[in-house]
Design a protein around this ligand. Structure first.
Ligand SMILES: O=C(O)c1ccc(O)c(O)c1
Ligand SMILES: [Mg+2]
Length: 674
C-alpha cells in the first residue's frame, strides 16, 4: 500500500521535512497548512520539489469550521475555500481535508451541513478536487465517525467522502467495527495515530501526545483491519501531533514513522492469521494456497458468523500488498554483553566482574578483548584500539556497547531488522574469526544475533584462547533484564524498535519517583521472558536516569540484572569479595514489616544484606539487590524470582533511586591482602 505522513508530524522547515520524508522512502505526504504558510517557497515550488523527490501530495489540510448556521458566514466560508482551491492548483494537490466544525457558530442540523458540503463539493469538482470530511473528537456537533459518514451519505456527491482518523475514533472509545459499514469508495483518506492511554482533555491529548502506531496504547492493528475490510486501498498516512517529535531531528523521526507503518502492516496480517476463521486466515497468509490447502471440513467447522466477519479482511489482504518481513527471531536470552573500556577502566571493571563471581575465561586471539564467564553467562570487555568499542567509548565513556541475543536464526533476525530500516553492522573480523550477524540499534549500540549452530561450532573457542575453568562462581545465572536509560526523544523510538525488530511486547507505562524528579518506565519482553528490557526516561535533569543519560551522552544500558537461585548466598559471597551494595535505609525494612506479612528471620536477612523485597497479588516474590554505580554510569542488580513474579520491583524503585542519589561509595574495594 502507499505510505504517507503529515508534515505536522516532524520538525524543521517544510523543505527539510520533505527531504526526510523522501529519505525514509514514503510515497507521499499531507501538507499541513501552517507548514506551507510559514515556508519561504511558493506553492508551485513546493509542488516541484515534491515531484523531484518522488513524493505525491496526498492531502492538503486542514480546512476548518466550514459549515455554518448562518448563511452569510457560510458564503464567506465558500469564498475562503475557493482561495484554498487556487492554492491547491499551484501545489498540485487534489484532496483537501475538511474538519468538522468546532466553533460555537457551527450548524447543528445534519441536512443543512450535508447541503453545504454538497455545494462545496460541486465547486471542488469543477477543479478536480475531492473533499475528505473528518470528524474531530472535540467538534461541536459531528464528533462521531458514524455521524460523519451519515452526513456524507446524505450529501451524496462523488467528490465528497470521509477521512478516518484513528485518534478521533479510539480516543472517544468508539468501536471501529462500524467502519465496515462505510462504502469503500467513500473512504477517501485514512490517518493513523496511536497515543498513550490517558484520562485528559481530548483536544490536549490529541495535539500533544499522539505517537506512532505501536508506541502507544490503542489497538491500531484491529483498527486498520476494519478499514481494510471495508475495502479501503488508499494511502496509510501518519498524522502525529507530538511535542517531542516537533523537536527531534526529522531524519530520525521519519525512519521511526516508516518503521511504525511497516510494523502495523505486519500486525494486521498476523492478527488475521490468528483470527477465528480458518479459510480467511489461510487466505491471508498465502492467497495462492487458499483453495488447495484448506481442508473442506475446517471451513465448514468455522462458525458462520466468524466466517462472514473475517472474510472481507482476508479478501482485502489477498488483494493488497502489505509489508511481509522475515518472522521475528525466536530469542533465548542473551549470549553475551560487551563493555567498552579504556586502559584506565579496564582493570576496575574486571575487579567488579570478579567480585560478581565471573572468572576471566579467555583472551581474544587477535584483539584486546577478554571474556568473563559464570555458568553460561558471558561478559566481554573490549579495549581494542580502532574498534567499534573504542569509538563507542570515545563517545559514551565506559559503557555497554553491544548485546548479543541467542536466536534461532541470526541471519533471518538481521534480515528482519534491516527490513525495518535498521543498518546492518559489520565489524572488523580477523582471519578465521567468526562473523556474527548484527545490526546497529536506534541508540547506536550493536545488537548481535547468535545462532545455535554458531555456538555449536564453538565460536568462543575459535575467537578466544580459553582458560581452564577455576570455579569462582557465586551462583549468578542468566541476564534477567537489561535496563536502559533513554533521553525523552528516543523513548518511543526504542519501544517501537524492540517491538518491530525483536517482536517484544510492552507492558504498562509506570511513573516512578526519584528524589529529584519523575521517571517513566516501560518494560518489554518476549513470551517466555528470556529477554526483558526495561526502558526508563526522565524529563527532569537531576534524576539518576537523567544524570546517567547525560554522563553517557545519550541512551544506554543503565543497569544489568543477573538472576540467582539464592540471593542471600550470592550477595554474601559478593560482599565477601569486596563488592559494595547500595545502602538501603533501615526505615525501608521497618516499612516492609508493615506492608507484608513476612517471616521475621527472612526480614532480618533482607535487612542485614540490604536486599529489597516485593510480592505480587498472587504471592510471587521478588528479592533484589543493587550495586553502586560504576563511574556514575551503570550498575548491577542481583534478582531472585519466586513463584512466577513477573515484574521488576517497581515499588522499590524510589528507595533505590534515593539510595543511588546519596551514594558515594566505590563499587568494589579490593579484599585485604590484594
Ligand atoms: O488538531 C487539529 O486541529 C486537527 C487538524 C487536522 C486533523 O486531521 C486532525 O486530526 C486534527
Ligand atoms: Mg486527522
Amino acid at each position: 500500500m502507499r505510505r504517507s505522513i503529515a508534515t505536522v508530524s516532524i520538525s524543521g522547515a517544510l523543505e527539510d521535512k520533505m527531504e526526510s520524508i523522501a529519505r525514509a522512502r514514503f510515497d507521499g505526504f499531507e501538507v499541513f497548512e501552517n507548514d506551507l504558510i510559514h515556508s519561504a517557497l511558493a506553492p508551485r515550488q513546493i509542488g516541484a520539489l515534491a515531484a523531484d523527490l518522488g513524493l505525491s501530495i496526498d492531502l492538503y489540510q486542514p480546512f476548518r469550521d466550514f459549515d455554518a448556521a448562518d448563511d452569510r458566514l457560510f458564503r464567506r466560508n465558500l469564498d475562503r475555500a475557493e482561495r484554498k482551491f487556487d492554492l491547491m492548483g499551484e501545489l498540485g494537490a487534489t484532496m483537501i481535508l475538511i474538519c468538522s466544525n468546532v466553533s460555537p457558530t457551527a450548524a447543528t442540523d445534519d441536512a443543512q451541513i450535508a447541503g453545504q458540503l454538497y455545494e462545496l463539493a460541486e465547486r471542488a469538482a469543477k477543479r478536480g478536487i475531492r473533499l475528505a470530511y473528518e470528524s474531530l473528537a472535540w467538534a461541536r456537533h459531528v464528533w462521531d465517525y458514524r455521524h460523519c459518514w451519515n452526513i456524507v451519505r446524505q450529501a451524496d456527491h462523488p467528490h465528497l467522502g470521509v477521512c478516518l482518523d484513528s485518534f478521533h475514533i479510539l480516543s472517544r472509545g468508539l468501536d471501529p467495527k462500524h467502519i465496515e459499514d462505510i462504502a469503500s469508495e467513500k473512504i477517501f483518506f485514512l490517518q493513523l495515530a496511536d497515543a498513550p492511554l490517558m484520562t485528559m482533555d481530548v483536544l490536549q491529548w490529541s495535539r500533544h501526545y499522539r505517537c506512532f502506531p505501536g508506541q502507544g496504547g490503542f489497538d491500531l492493528p484491529k483498527f486498520l483491519g476494519h478499514v481494510l475490510a471495508a475495502g479501503y486501498a488508499g494511502p496509510l498516512s501518519l498524522e502525529i501531533f507530538n511535542d517531542v517529535f516537533r523537536e527531534a531531528p526529522s531524519r530520525d523521526t521519519t525512519h521511526d514513522a516508516m518503521r511504525s507503518l511497516l510494523w502495523l502492516e505486519e500486525q494486521v496480517k498476523l492478527r488475521a492469521v490468528e483470527g477465528l476463521d480458518v479459510a480467511s486466515a489461510i487466505g491471508a497468509a498465502a492467497p495462492e494456497a487458499r483453495e488447495a490447502d484448506v481442508p473442506a471440513d475446517a471451513v465448514v467447522a468455522a462458525p458462520a458468523a466468524a466466517r462472514s466477519q473475517a472474510t472481507p479482511l482476508a479478501a482485502a489482504l489477498g488483494r493488497l500488498e502489505l509489508f511481509s518481513p522475515p518472522a521475528p527471531p525466536r530469542i533465548d536470552g542473551t549470549a553475551f554483553v560487551e563493555f567498552a573500556v579504556d586502559d584506565g577502566t579496564e582493570a576496575a571493571l574486571g575487579r567488579v566482574f570478579s567480585a560478581l563471581g565471573f572468572e576471566r575465561a579467555g583472551e581474544h586471539r587477535s584483539k584486546r578483548v577478554t571474556l568473563w564467564r559464570q555458568g553460561d553467562t558471558n561478559l566481554v570487555i573490549n579495549n581494542e584500539p580502532g574498534s567499534f568499542a573504542s569509538e563507542f567509548f570515545r563517545q559514551h565513556g565506559p559503557s555497554i556497547c553491544a548485546i548479543a541475543l541467542r536466536t534461532d536464526d541470526g541471519q533471518r533476525a538481521v534480515n528482519r531488522a534491516t527490513a525495518f530500516h535498521l543498518p546492518r553492522f559489520e565489524g572488523r573480523v580477523g582471519p578465521h574469526e567468526t562473523t556474527i550477524p548484527a545490526v546497529r540499534t536506534v541508540d547506536g549500540s550493536i545488537l548481535y544475533f547468535v545462532s545455535p549452530e554458531l555456538e555449536a561450532r564453538g565460536f568462543w573457542d575459535i575467537d578466544f584462547r580459553l582458560a581452564e575453568p577455576a570455579n569462582r562462581a557465586i551462583g549468578l545465572g542468566r541476564v534477567d533484564h537489561i535496563a536502559i536509560a533513554a533521553p525523552i526523544e528516543s523513548f518511543d523510538s526504542a519501544v517501537l524498535f524492540q517491538r518491530a525488530a525483536l517482536g517484544l511486547e510492552p507492558g504498562d507505562s509506570l511513573e516512578l519517583t526519584d528524589p529529584y524528579g519523575m521517571v517513566r518506565s516501560r518494560a518489554l519482553s518476549n513470551a517466555d521472558r528470556s529477554l526483558r528490557v526495561a526502558l526508563n526516561v526522565s524529563q527532569s535533569r537531576s534524576t539518576v536516569i537523567a544524570r546517567s543519560v547525560s554522563s553517557m551522552h545519550g541512551a544506554g544500558v543503565h543497569h544489568l540484572a543477573f538472576d540467582c537461585a539464592d540471593i542471600f548466598a550470592s550477595v554474601a559471597a559478593a560482599r565477601g569479595r569486596g563488592l559494595a551494595f547500595l545502602d538501603i535505609p533501615d526505615n525501608y525494612y521497618d516499612d516492609l514489616a508493615a506492608r507484608f506479612d513476612i517471616d521475621a528471620a527472612v526480614l532480618d536477612r533482607l535487612r542485614m544484606l540490604r536486599v529489597l523485597y516485593d510480592r505480587d497479588a498472587s504471592g510471587g516474590e521478588f528479592l533484589h539487590a543493587y550495586t553502586p554505580m560504576f563511574e556514575g554510569r551503570f550498575f548491577f542488580e542481583l534478582v531472585q524470582r519466586i513463584g512466577g513474579y513477573d515484574g521488576y520491583g517497581a515499588s522499590n524503585a524510589p528507595v533505590r533511586m534515593a539510595a543511588l542519589a546519596r551514594d558515594t561509595t566505590s563499587l568494589v574495594t579490593p579484599p585485604r591482602g590484594v
